[in-house]
Every structure is written in C-alpha cells, then in structure tokens.
Design a protein around this ligand. Structure first.
Ligand code: SF4
Length: 317
C-alpha cells in the first residue's frame, strides 16, 4: 500500500512546558538562504522519517523544545541580531507542531524581537494538510511567512518508490492552500531521483507539477546514495540503479524546457552536476543555460561527467 499524507500520527502536546529539560542532539541544519537569519531550535527528528533516500533525522525521535527552552535561546541571542531579523526555526519539519505550540513560540519571539521580519521553517506536505485555512492565515499573520518543503519529484511512481508520503496532486493541492493563505514557499527538487532511465520523464513531470503552483524558489540537488539508508539497501539488492550524471543533466534540460511558472531556479549546490541560477521568466538567460547544457553534453564523455561530481565520495548533504 502506498503511504499517504494522512498516515502520520498526531503530534503529542509537549507534556511539560516548565522544566526545559529535554536534550537535543541532532545537528542543526538550515537552507543556504537562511545564512543570516536568527536560528532557533524548535524540533529535532522528523514526524515522517520514512523517505528511502534520507538519513538526516534517523535515530532522532521527534520532539519539540519547551517554550521555556525556546525562550532561553531568545534571551541568549537578544542584542546579537538586528531588531528586524528574519528567524528560521530549525528541525526537519517543525510545521508539524500543533498550532497552539507554534503560536506559543511566536508569542515569546515577539516579546524578545518585537520587530522580527518573518519566520520560516521546514514542512512536509502532510503538515500543511493537517492545518485549516483559518489556521494557516492566523499563523501567517503571527509571522510565519515562508516555508521550505521537500517536494522532490513530480512523478508519482518515483515518489512511491522513495516512500515520500505524498503524491504530485497532494503537492499541488497543499501549495495552492499556502498561496491562498499568503505564505510563500521554497520547493526542493532532487535531480536523478527516479534512477536509471527515468530522468526525462521525471524532469517533465516535476516541471508540470511546479507549473500549477507558485514557488518563490525551486532549489535542486542531485540524487546521492547516502550510507545507512533504505535506498542504499535497495541498491545492494539491485532494486534501484543510480542515474548517471549525463542523465541528470538531460533531466535538468527537460525540466527547464518544460518549466513555465514564474519563479527563481536555484541549482547551485555541490551535489548538482551543473550549477545555474535564473529567473525563469528571463528567456535570454534560460536560452543561454540550455545552450550551455547542450555544449556540456556534446563536449564531455560519461567518465568526465562522473568525475566532475565524484558522487560516490559524498556521504552527507
Ligand atoms: S526527506 Fe524530509 S520528510 Fe523525508 S524523512 Fe527526511 S526529513 Fe523526513
């Protein structure tokens, strides 16, 4: 049976808001765009934690900081960041938290940084589905203005293979709900996720999915088999064959050719075979990139393209 956005158990309320005694050991991660934001730990672990390719939150049970622990971080950072600082709540998907907990964090944040410019964080598609329109609007008005979400691919068979827990239709439905609530979003796309032979179909399907929504930014990385993941086991059993770097580049070409939505494409990442950034409505820039891709495909051998990334030596994001 295919996993769906409704398969996640409810998040328990934080049992004790007063002690601040919970320990958090998961390494903190943030998107590159949040380099200058005030980073505050909200959660560790991932409520889904089942994507075949992902190692990030394995071994870390999902838990949230107590409001008191949150406030300690605010006190420590007061005076170190400008009054209008953007804020990023760390964790694999803090937006899974119940609305009343997010509101309590926001209220305490407002006390220490009354003029913060916006709050952003990671979310799963299912975390959006479990909030009503009214709740999304309220959270937006309280300061949550931007979400990052791992949409990953627009081909349902690939999403199921990776046990992603959502379909392309789920992505479109929930991101349109964010549009309606006035919350902007960055979507992540993993080139090569479909494995050998699936690249061009994935590029077209993913672009068609994004063409129905309005991401502020689409950020890409290249599919990488990380150790100690279900995907690494699938590779060992011969159930999944990695796409070559050439195929990932061909997928990117189809993706950019098919993509029509007005967004910022950000493909600068060390796991990408080629690195480009562009406003997708900039026809001249897009044409130049497509010509560059063609040139690379014509000029370099398969071996040279593999060496350019040396993906087998990459063991983490
Ligand atoms: S990719 Fe995201 S949703 Fe999937 S297990 Fe990893 S952190 Fe959780």
């Amino acid at each position: 049976m295919t996993a769906s956005i409704h398969d996640v158990p409810d998040i328990p309320d934080t049992p004790d808001h007063s002690t601040g005694s919970r320990k958090f050991t998961e390494p903190v991660m943030r998107p590159p765009q949040e380099a200058h934001s005030l980073l505050l730990r909200a959660t560790q672990g991932c409520t889904w934690n089942k994507c075949s390719f992902c190692y990030v939150s394995r071994g870390y049970p999902f838990q949230a900081v107590s409001p008191d622990q949150f406030e300690v971080q605010l006190a420590q950072n007061k005076g170190l960041f400008p009054a209008t600082t953007p804020v990023y709540l760390t964790g694999s998907n803090p937006f899974a938290l119940p609305v009343h907990m997010l509101k309590e964090y926001l209220a305490r944040l407002r006390r220490f940084f009354p003029d913060f410019s916006r709050v952003s964080m990671q979310t799963c598609i299912g975390d959006i589905a479990r909030k009503s329109h009214e709740e999304l609007v309220e959270l937006r008005e309280l300061g949550i203005r931007h979400l990052y979400t791992g949409t990953e691919n627009g081909d349902d068979s690939v999403l199921a293979l990776m046990n992603k827990g959502h379909t392309a239709a789920d992505v479109v439905e929930q991101l349109l709900r964010l549009d309606a609530a006035g919350i902007t979003y960055t979507t992540f796309y993993i080139l090569g996720m479909g494995g050998k032979g699936a690249g061009k179909a994935c590029g077209a399907a993913t672009a068609r999915m994004f063409n129905q929504v309005h991401p502020a930014r689409i950020s890409t990385t290249g599919m990488t088999i990380f150790p100690n993941t279900p995907l690494a086991d699938m590779v060992r059993r011969g159930e999944y064959v990695e796409a070559s770097e050439r195929e990932k580049i061909e997928e990117l070409r189809v993706f950019l050719q098919t993509l029509t939505t007005d967004t910022f494409y950000d493909g600068v990442h060390y796991l990408n075979p080629l690195n480009y950034r562009l406003r997708t409505t900039d026809a001249a820039a897009k044409q130049q990139i497509l010509e560059d891709i063609e040139d690379v495909l014509q000029t370099y051998s398969d071996e040279e393209l593999e060496l350019m990334v040396s993906r087998s030596r990459m063991h983490s994001l």
